[in-house]
Design a protein around this ligand. Structure first.
Ligand code: G3H
Ligand code: 13P
Ligand code: ZN
Length: 318
C-alpha cells in the first residue's frame, strides 16, 4: 500500500526513523520489498534523477506497481530524491509520488526559499508533500559537488515558516557516497547532534531528514578489496547514531551507498568464486537475498523493524 510520507512521519516522530532506500533496477526492487516485509517495517522508496535517467523512468514505476501486488502487506511511500524544479513538477503531475525533494540547497538562502515555495504550492495543490534542504552536505549530490556547511537552526525555522515545506534535510556532518568522515586535527568528527537538538527546540514536532547515512561497513569494504576491488579505507555514519537522532526528530534516514557496496561485493565474489559461470541470474539471486538482509539489518538499527502492524492500525483509524 502506498501511503503519504507525511502519514509515516506523524506515526514515527520521536520514536524511530523510516529507512529511505534508493533503487535503480529489478534486483534492488525485489530485495527492498522482501527485506522490508520480512522485517515488518514501513519504508520509503527513493528514486533519484539518475535512477529515472538510467533506463526509462516508467520501468521504475511499473516495478513498484507490480511489487504492490507481489507484496500486498508492504506499507511504503514513493519519493523523488534530490529533485530539481522541473523533475519535481514532472513527479507531482504523474500522480504516482507521495513526496518530492526539491534540492536548491546550493542556492543562496532567499533563492532556495523562493524555489522551494514554488514547488510546495504546486505539490500541496495535488496532495504531494515536499522535502527541502538547507545547508550543504559534503560529497557529490548528483551534479553538485558541495562543501559541508552545517544547517543554521534559526535559519531552518525561518525557512520552514517561509516555504511551508513538510520536512527538511539538514546538514549535520554527513556527506554522500563512500568517503564521508576524514579525521582532521581540530575538526569535529561524526554527527552534529547539537544541531539536530537546536532545530528540534525551535521546530518541535517537525520532521527532519538525514542524508548521506550509509555506514560504509568495514567488513563490506574489506570483502570488496579481497575480491579485487580497490576501495580506500573509509568510514560512514555509525548505525548506533540512528535511534538517538530519531528521538530528536529525524524521521527519514537516506541510505544508498551501502546497497551499492553489497552489489559490488556480491558480484566481485561471485565471479571470483565461479569464473566458469555467465548466467546473470545466478549473482542476481544472491544480490536480492543479500540486499534484503541489509534492509532488515538497517531497519533494526532505525527502530522501524516490527512497526508494520502498529502503522497499519494507526492508518486504519484515520
Ligand atoms: O544522494 C544521492 C543518491 O545516493 C542518489 O545517487 O544520483 O547516483 O542515483 P544517484
Ligand atoms: P549515502 O550515499 O550515504 O547512502 O546517502 C544517500 C542519500 O542521501 C540519498 O539521498
Ligand atoms: Zn541525499
Amino acid at each position: 500500500m502506498i501511503v503519504t510520507t507525511a502519514q509515516l512521519f506523524k506515526i514515527a516522530y520521536g520514536k524511530y526513523a523510516i529507512g529511505a532506500y534508493n533503487i535503480n533496477n529489478l534486483e534492488q526492487t525485489v530485495g527492498l520489498f522482501q527485506g522490508n516485509v520480512q522485517s515488518k517495517a514501513p519504508f520509503i522508496i527513493q528514486l533519484s534523477r539518475g535512477a529515472r535517467k538510467y533506463t526509462d523512468k516508467r520501468y521504475l514505476e511499473a516495478m513498484i506497481r507490480t511489487s504492490q501486488d507481489v507484496f500486498p502487506e508492504a506499507i511504503f511511500a514513493v519519493h523523488l530524491d534530490h529533485g530539481d524544479e522541473q523533475t519535481c513538477y514532472d513527479c507531482i503531475a504523474s500522480g504516482f509520488y507521495s513526496s518530492v525533494m526539491i534540492d536548491a540547497s546550493h542556492e543562496p538562502f532567499e533563492k532556495n526559499a523562493e524555489i522551494t515555495k514554488r514547488v510546495v504550492d504546486k505539490a500541496h495543490a495535488r496532495g504531494v508533500s515536499v522535502e527541502a534542504e538547507l545547508g550543504m552536505l559534503g560529497g557529490v549530490e548528483e551534479d553538485i559537488v558541495g562543501n559541508v556547511c552545517l544547517t543554521d537552526p534559526a535559519e531552518a525555522k525561518t525557512f520552514v515558516e517561509m516555504t511551508k515545506c513538510d520536512s527538511l534535510a539538514v546538514a549535520i556532518g554527513t556527506s554522500h557516497g563512500a568517503y564521508k568522515f576524514k579525521a582532521e586535527p581540530g575538526k569535529k568528527f561524526g554527527l552534529h547532534f547539537e544541531v539536530i537538538e537546536a532545530i528540534q527546540k525551535l521546530l518541535p514536532g517537525y520532521p527532519m531528514v538525514m542524508h548521506g547515512s550509509s555506514s560504509v561497513p568495514k567488513d563490506e569494504v574489506d570483502r570488496i578489496n579481497k575480491a579485487g576491488g580497490k576501495m580506500q579505507e573509509t568510514s560512514g555514519v555509525p548505525e548506533g547514531d540512528f535511534l538517538p537522532a530519531a528521538k530528536l526528530g529525524v524521521c527519514k534516514v537516506n541510505i544508498d551507498t551501502d546497497g551499492r557496496l553489497v552489489w559490488t561485493r556480491v558480484h566481485r565474489e561471485f565471479f571470483r568464486d565461479h569464473p566458469e559461470k555467465f548466467d546473470l541470474r545466478d549473482p542476481g539471486k544472491v544480490y536480492i537475498e543479500e540486499y534484503a538482509k541489509m534492509m532488515a539489518h538497517k531497519n533494526q538499527a532505525l527502530g522501524s523493524a516490527g512497526q508494520l502492524d502498529d502503522v497499519r492500525a494507526k492508518l486504519g483509524k484515520k
